[in-house]
Design a protein around this ligand. Structure first.
Ligand code: NAI
Length: 421
């Protein structure tokens, strides 16, 4: 059995913690030693009014169970006040759980600007305000765990929730960028798309389902993601009623068109099946990786070919090999963490070209082009590259035999061994 995960000396802000999911997160963290700032405005489900009672009640529950907590009644729109309250009560902040939320469901053609505005203000602007005020403290102490509460309504769309769905998916984009910006300082940011019986769902779900979908089922994942031992960041989890899963983007291999002149709608129509075919789909995990095929196609535009030719047909051997390398990298996301380097390849001969292999932490791609940041530059023929790819010779052997020329940091070349294994 693994060690009990404790949160002693950690301070957590949980917004909207006067009921539902936020209350469950607050109770669980407090039961494991965290000092919790229980924030709740206490307004109606549609965002009207205010009441101190929900936050006070949860604080009382935590105290009764022997835990430490304090109440905050500010709206998340005044996030700086909530952060200040945590500092005043407990002196620091380690965990921010952006959970407060309201609903203003209405079909889009009946939606008023106020329905859009209030949802945006509580969910997106509120999460921004609280996180933005806490961020300098998390950076300074080089530690932080942040949760955004997204929703399947944003991921998949849901009738009557154009306002809510868009704000909820915006939170995912917000979290993904903060995860990148925070990583170096050990600030991890993850998103959840939960399902739970609560005040929010009791009007749309049958009573027995509301009862069965207990918010307490969502909190263990949230607590795990907020624990110091958890290294996960920038991920999205869907969960509820004891089911926990991770969600990611998938992208078809797509179709290539000549990049040196705009195509036509008819060309798109001709390749529609290929564009929509998810066989052997890619799983891009970074903005950089997302650019891979585009850079690849731009590289093709420079290749000597007759411009009427179909770009899918004109591909040099070295380009094919770097596509293979790209695919291998995509299959092994762990390499970027292990290697964390950028490499420049120059392939000599008619079938050659310049390629970048990006195994930086936020990378994971191979594409035609040059990158001055590469600290290790390798020159070889496409025949020798093929021999290395098929495992006939190792990079070390190729180097010793003069088949591979290395400029810059030679030692870094050895880190590429798994790529050619
Ligand atoms: P809930 O209505 O029980 O809890 C939300 C809490 O946020 C309430 O206590 C409310 O007073 C508080 N709140 C509202 N506006 C606030 C503001 N401006 N400042 C501070 N507090 C405020 O709802 P539930 O279900 O617990 O929802 C929690 C979060 O989970 C929400 O962000 C919601 O959108 C999200 N969510 C819930 C799902 C579910 O199935 N229950 C599904 C997907 C997402």
């Amino acid at each position: 059995m693994s060690e009990t995960m404790r949160f002693d000396d950690r301070v957590a802000i949980v917004t909207g913690a006067g009921g539902g999911l936020g209350r469950a997160h607050a109770l669980l963290l407090a039961s494991r030693g965290a000092k919790v700032l229980v924030n709740d405005l206490g307004g109606s489900q549609h965002g009207q009014g205010a009441d101190a009672q929900p936050a006070d009640q949860v604080v009382a529950e935590i105290h009764a169970a022997g835990g430490e907590a304090a109440a905050s009644y500010d709206s998340v729109e005044d996030g700086h006040k909530i952060v200040q309250a945590a500092l005043d009560h407990f002196g620091r902040i380690d965990i921010v759980i952006n959970n407060a939320g309201i609903l203003r469901d209405v079909s889009f053609h009946k939606m008023k600007e106020i329905d859009w505005e209030l949802i945006y203000r509580v969910h997106l602007y509120g999460s921004f305000k609280v996180t933005h005020a806490a961020w300098p403290y998390l950076r300074e102490q080089q530690y932080g765990r942040v949760i955004m509460t997204s929703s399947s309504s944003g991921i998949y769309g849901n009738f009557g929730q154009a306002n809510y769905g868009s704000a909820k998916l915006a939170l995912l984009g917000f979290a993904n960028t903060l995860a990148i910006e925070g990583e170096k300082r050990n600030i991890h940011v993850n998103s959840i798309a939960p399902i739970a019986g609560s005040r929010m769902t009791e009007s749309v779900l049958p009573a027995d389902l509301v009862e069965a979908l207990k918010p307490d089922h969502v909190s263990p994942l949230v607590a795990y993601l907020c624990h110091e031992s958890c290294s996960t960041t920038g991920e999205l989890f869907e969960l509820g009623a004891g089911w926990v899963s991770r969600l990611r983007w998938q992208r078809t291999k797509g179709a290539m068109f000549p990049a040196n002149q705009p195509g036509t709608p008819e060309q798109i129509a001709a390749k529609w099946d290929q564009i929509n075919d998810f066989t052997d789909a890619d799983i891009p995990t970074s903005n950089h990786a997302a650019f891979g095929p585009i850079m690849d196609n731009l590289g093709r535009a420079d290749a000597p070919n007759d411009d009427a030719a179909d770009a899918d047909e004109v591909m040099s051997l070295s380009r094919e090999m770097f596509q293979q390398i790209h695919a291998r990298i995509q299959e092994h996301p762990e390499w970027t963490k292990q290697v964390n380097e950028l490499y420049q390849f120059h392939i000599t001969g008619e079938q050659g070209g310049s390629y970048v292999v990006n195994l930086k932490d936020d990378g994971g791609s191979a594409y035609p082009g040059e990158d001055e940041m590469a600290r290790c530059k390798m020159t070889l023929s496409h025949e020798n590259l093929m021999a290395m790819l098929s495992g006939e010779i190792t990079p070390q052997m190729a180097f010793m035999e003069g088949k591979l020329k290395i400029e810059g940091n030679v030692i870094l070349a050895a880190k590429l061994a798994p790529l050619f294994a």
